[in-house]
Design a protein around this ligand. Structure first.
Ligand SMILES: N[C@@H](CCC(=O)N[C@@H](CS)C(=O)NCC(=O)O)C(=O)O
Length: 239
């Protein structure tokens, strides 16, 4: 049996969570773990020169020392950048195509995903870092909360009315948006901000349903648990 692909990182990373949801939807097994020597180690920088998670390794393990023979037979592919990883995972099995072929269906999926990735996730993550006392100096509660609100308004506007973010089929948008909503709903509670779902009926309906989806639920549940650990000071910093 083929060895599972390795996904370096941890589930609290919304970028990694997207890839984990995509793998679940595609019926692919992943071994999710942090690199033994850290994300800034020379061996990890060979996989991703940016020193960031997630990194997907498909093929023989590409980290650590190897014999000459195993080096010669090594055909591991290392991929970084979550959007690229999701695209790669989509090619690995025929189950649940993540990118619709028809132009309008593709647009209906890609636009809400882009809005969540660029306007919801970063602002929710900034607020989470603020709560943990590790935010960049320029981050303020007022500024990030207002930007998050704007992002959520835009997401409510572009979200399809169907069961999934882009309409009637599960797509890559349903890998990207749920981790962003996990962050958005949790940080609202942390700072007693208005409920992100209130007054946003499409978003409220979508979130209620997507977090129960079998590809999404285990990832969101694991994110909640790791977020609780982080808030309790039990999560070691990413290094
Ligand atoms: N554009 C990247 C972003 C990845 C990213 O920002 N990862 C964070 C964890 S959530 C990270 O590795 N941070 C550590 C660092 O930058 O040193 C992607 O989509 O994969």
């Amino acid at each position: 049996m083929a060895k599972p692909m390795i996904l370096y990182g941890r589930i609290l990373s919304p970028y990694l969570a997207r890839c984990a949801i995509a793998a679940n939807a595609k019926g692919l097994k992943l071994d999710i773990k942090l690199p033994a020597e850290g994300i800034k180690s020379p061996s990890f920088l060979k996989l991703n020169p940016l020193g960031q998670i997630p990194v997907l390794v498909d093929g023989p393990a590409a980290e650590g020392r190897k014999s000459k023979k195993s080096r010669a037979s090594s055909r591991a592919t290392a991929i970084y950048e979550s959007a690229v990883i999701v695209g790669y995972l989509d090619t690995k099995s025929k189950k649940t195509p993540l990118f619709p072929k028809a132009p309008k269906a593709l647009l209906a999926s890609r636009l809400p995903a882009a809005v969540a990735a660029d306007y919801v996730q970063p602002n929710a993550a900034a607020l989470f870092r603020l709560k943990r006392g590790i935010a960049a100096p320029h981050v303020t509660l007022e500024g990030s909360a207002a930007a998050l609100d704007k992002g959520l308004d835009a997401l409510e506007h572009v979200l399809a009315k169907g069961r999934f973010a882009g309409g009637s089929a599960f797509t890559s948008a349903d890998c990207i948006i749920p981790p962003a909503l996990q962050f958005a709903t949790r940080v609202a509670g942390m700072f007693a901000l208005p409920d992100p779902l209130k007054g946003r009926p499409k978003l409220a309906k979508y979130w209620a349903s997507i977090q129960k989806h079998k590809a999404v639920k285990p990832v969101i549940d694991a994110m909640h648990a790791m977020m609780d650990d982080a808030l309790a000071g039990k999560l070691p910093p990413l290094r």
